[in-house]
Write a protein that binds this ligand. Structure first.
Ligand code: GLA
Length: 400
């Protein structure tokens, strides 16, 4: 995490804890957002993904309060909320608080007791830009709730608890990528994750490659119908293919050789399947190019991913297409594509580090010209996954 920034990015959470609850933290947790380099809409099809954590975080400063209640305040939202430790599941809280609440419910379900806590949430991760602020909030919540009970789950189990909270308690039907990225990524690396076996592999990005996040400033809720509809189409395609005698459990089992047979599916199912099958192959290709130090080859692979998401999966938007065009026309751009669920949100670009400033300026201008909108662009580093901060870091400059 960026120890040198001034003020440190977690200061807002520590200050909020002092203002709202009049106390200093026992611990501070930080969980990063993510960009997905490639492997889009593959996680819920048991497929492959390649996200990287970004250097923007949700921070939670928390202190044991000796009471049977968890009390929460968040910098981005009005009001304070609380829930009882022994029955955290009553769904009466405002939307933002359901993420920590859901994590408490799922920790309890694993036999991990929930202790009374005062907690303040703040951070520098944009909300609603498709950078997984909800997964980061869940993972940071898990860290402080575990710490309050002197517990520390393995990162993989923490990711699964957080995913269960989002899917089963909050009710957003997302896949597992975001929670795994926030919990498991390593600094300077992308995370190759097989969403079926849950095997992971950290792939170094190399010093010359930088990541740009180019947010279009247009957002559409993930809980919205389009994401759920894509998931249903994938399930329908599996059922239809099983009826033809194909021995598959999910779209992960469909190969490129099967595609001529799949072509008989009604529209749009064939195109949805083709996206998933070709996207899984592109994840492997991207990992190979990165590992063998051939970034030039990424241009075509990421371009093919964007085309497939636009034409076959139909989750891009006018603004996302414009941002990709603007990025590709800018100095230092190696590759670019939409990232995350789509329907708005952000584009990820891989950029030559030395050209980062020129890239950001030209892409912002190009996007403005194409759409009349101001995008929000920033460079980021592939960051370390979620962690409890050392007291010597958060104690600095906060009156401790
Ligand atoms: C969202 C979901 C992820 C994944 C992506 C699309 O970010 O939370 O699980 O499905 O969309 O790749």
């Amino acid at each position: 995490m960026a120890l040198m920034s001034d003020p440190a990015p977690w200061t807002a959470a520590v200050d909020l804890l002092r203002r709202e609850f009049g106390t200093q933290p026992d611990f501070v947790a930080g969980a990063p957002g993510r960009v997905n380099l490639i492997g889009e809409h593959t996680d819920y099809n048991d497929g492959l993904v390649l996200p990287a954590a970004i250097d923007r975080h949700v921070f939670i400063a928390a202190r044991r309060n000796g009471s049977p209640r968890v009390r929460l305040a968040a910098a981005a939202f009005e009001g304070r909320v609380e829930f009882p430790c022994d029955d955290p599941g009553r769904p009466v809280l405002p939307a933002w608080a359901r993420y920590p609440q859901g994590v408490a419910v799922k920790l309890l379900a694993r036999g991990i007791s929930v202790h009374g806590l005062d907690a303040a949430i703040a951070g520098d991760l944009p909300i609603g830009a498709g950078l997984s602020s909800s997964a980061a909030l869940e993972v940071a919540s898990a860290l402080v709730l575990e710490a309050a009970g002197d517990h520390a789950l393995p990162a993989r189990d923490r990711a699964l608890v957080c995913h269960a909270a989002e899917a089963e308690f909050v009710g957003v039907p997302s896949g597992i990528m975001d929670q795994f990225a926030s919990a498991l990524c390593r600094r300077g690396h992308a995370l190759f994750l097989d969403c079926r076996s849950l095997e992971t592999h950290h792939i170094p990005l190399g010093a010359s490659l930088a990541i740009a996040v180019c947010d279009t400033g247009t957002a559409r809720s993930l809980a919205g119908s389009a994401y759920a509809q894509r998931r249903r189409e994938c399930t329908d395609a599996v059922l239809a293919l099983q009826k033809t005698g194909m021995k598959i459990a999910s779209l992960r089992d469909v190969t490129a050789d099967d595609l001529p047979r799949v072509e008989r599916l009604p529209e749009p199912l064939y195109r949805r399947v083709r996206h998933v099958v070709t996207e899984n192959a592109r994840v492997v290709e991207t990992a190979t190019l990165l590992e063998s130090g051939q970034p030039a080859g990424l241009a075509e692979v990421l371009a093919a991913s964007h085309r497939s998401l636009r034409d076959d999966y139909e989750v891009s938007s006018r603004e996302l297409d414009a941002m990709v065009d603007a990025a590709l026309a800018s100095p230092g751009c190696i590759a670019a594509r939409m990232t995350g669920a789509g329907f708005g949100g952000a584009v990820v670009a891989l950029v030559q580090r030395a050209a980062a400033d020129a890239f950001l300026a030209a892409t912002a201008e190009g996007f403005q010209k194409r759409t009349g909108r101001a995008g929000r662009l920033f460079m980021t580093e592939a960051a370390e996954g979620a962690q409890l901060l050392e007291q010597r870091d958060w104690g600095m400059g906060t009156g401790n």
